[in-house]
Design a protein around this ligand. Structure first.
Ligand code: NAD
Length: 470
């Protein structure tokens, strides 16, 4: 079994002690430095340059933290951030422009518009599973909208956190951005302070802590959470293509992807065939012994790995099932029909274990999903338009992807976010800009024609005219 290389974290906390960093950022925002579009465009360009020039450093850190291969690093970490930044640079002038809206007759002559303005100083708290992109992709929206930002990477992926803290201040304006490393004490200290927005990505339990802390200051929050994203497979689906796409979506990053298929609900007539094809794809992708594959990630910590050993106890394992806590390895695993009350079906799996649950009819699968909390992502593989419509009509989810898994994340045109237990708010592309902006409504009146209709003393005549011009 290959053991991940270790990159020693630097004992540097950029941005200094928390109160000083926050004071510096607030002063910068108040000075107006972050407002000009030129400044924002330049910071976005610097972010892209940072990704280019430090690809090797970030790749080494991600390799040490998650055994992430350079292909996945390029695709889902550096590539995700770079394409977000490029897209924002391309569209920023249009996004930031005031948008004219109609003015009702009662307020004529005059005109109305919506003027986006930066919120101020924002806090971005990131998890460990995509430890670089979950800091830097929301940051793109914050920069584009003209904010200062405090960045809190996850302490679980210590090498990536250290790399971000070391490298970001060399590229982004240190007066406007601060990386605060640390764990629960540091995040708790950060959360005691007021911000103009908090974007938190992580689990539901900590989301409640974040939202409670934010409530004290009436700080708006975006919560990017997880949950159990189901994957429905109809008998009409192309099973070979479905299995490839599901195996990829499930086993990239060793299943530690918020939108990874959590479990599969497959029609009884094709269940055995689908499972066999899926097992074949695992072999095709990662070889006979996935622990030797350079393309297969490790679990973030021994603690997280041990959880899988426990989860798999007593389950019917079709493929995989090997767990090695010391090397943080969990094999790509298929479990057959786990009990609905087992941990595997009660908790978000968030790892390379895929339960395959057989259903007699697809409407049973729809009911199964409808009876549970709204997921972050929902997948359905079918050639039936009627089933596709039924799924879209009956089921709610953060995002839906028909006949593929995870790939919808590449589109900057689609907002990304959850609903209900899977989160609130959204970002990527325009939606990131919108999240970190206040859309300020402005109405400008003329001094001409000051009709006294709305002024006292009121009369029935005035009321009738007012109703006409409303
Ligand atoms: P984590 O343990 O790294 O925690 C996330 C952040 O919360 C860290 O920065 C950490 O310092 C902070 N934190 C942890 N405990 C805290 C506490 N008690 N008080 C204050 N701050 C605290 O990551 P995680 O939560 O294990 O992340 C995995 C979860 O994130 C999964 O549920 C996954 O689905 C979800 N996720 C969602 C998205 C999305 O975009 N919707 C993306 C990635 C991950």
């Amino acid at each position: 079994m290959s053991t991940p290389a270790t990159v020693m974290p630097l004992p540097v906390r950029s941005g200094g002690p928390i109160p000083e960093a926050l004071q510096r950022l607030r002063a910068t925002f108040a000075s107006g430095k972050t407002r000009p579009l030129e400044w924002r465009l330049q910071q976005l360009a610097e972010l892209e340059r940072m990704m280019r020039e430090h690809e090797a450093d970030f790749a080494a850190a991600l390799q040490a933290d998650l055994h992430k291969c350079s292909f996945e690093t390029a695709l889902s970490e550096l590539g995700f951030v770079t394409s977000e930044a490029k897209y924002a640079r391309k569209h920023l002038r249009r996004w930031a422009r005031a948008k004219r809206v109609p003015t009702p007759m009662m307020a004529l002559p005059g005109h109305s518009y919506i003027q986006p303005e930066p919120k101020g100083m924002v806090l971005i708290i990131a998890p460990w599973n995509y430890p670089l992109s979950m800091v830097c992709a929301p940051l793109v929206g914050a920069i584009a909208a003209g904010n200062c930002a405090v960045l809190k990477p996850s302490e679980v992926t210590v090498n990536t956190s250290a790399a971000l803290a070391r490298i970001i201040p060399r590229y982004l304006d240190p007066d406007a951005f601060a990386v605060i490393e640390g764990g629960v004490p540091e995040t708790t200290e950060l959360l005691e302070q007021p911000y103009d927005h908090i974007l938190y990505t992580g689990n539901e339990r900590v989301a409640r802590i974040v939202m409670t802390a934010a409530a004290k200051h009436l700080t708006p929050v975006t919560l990017e959470l997880g949950g159990k994203s189901p994957c429905l497979i109809d008998k009409s689906a192309d099973l070979d293509v479905a299995a490839s796409r599901i195996a990829w979506g499930k086993f990239i990053n060793a299943g530690q992807t918020c939108v990874a298929p959590d479990h599969v609900l497959v029609h009884r007539e094709v269940a055995a065939k689908f499972t066999e094809i899926l097992a074949g794809k695992i072999k095709e992708f990662y070889g006979d012994d996935p622990s030797q594959s350079p393309d297969y990630c490790r679990i973030a910590s021994e603690r997280h790995t041990a959880r899988f050993a426990k989860m798999l106890e007593g389950q019917t394992i079709h493929t995989g099932g090997q767990v090695d806590v010391a090397s943080r390895y969990v094999a790509p695993t298929i479990v057959l029909d786990p009990a609905p009350d087992s941990a595997l079906m009660q908790e978000e799996i968030f790892g390379p274990v895929l339960p395959v649950i057989t259903v007699d009819e697809m409407h049973h699968a729809i009911k199964f999903v409808a009876d549970r909390p709204k997921p972050l992502a929902l997948y359905v593989f079918t050639k039936s338009k009627a089933l596709e419509d039924a799924v879209l009509d009956r089921l709610s989810a953060g995002s839906v992807c028909i006949n593929d898994a995870v790939i919808f994340m590449v589109s900057p045109e689609l907002p990304f976010g959850g609903i209900g237990n899977s989160g609130m708010g959204r970002y990527t592309g325009w939606y990131g800009f919108e999240t970190f902006s206040h859309m300020k409504p402005v109405m400008k009146r003329s001094f001409r024609f000051d009709a006294p209709l709305r002024y006292p003393p009121y009369s029935d005549f005035k009321r009738k005219v007012m109703e006409l011009v409303r």
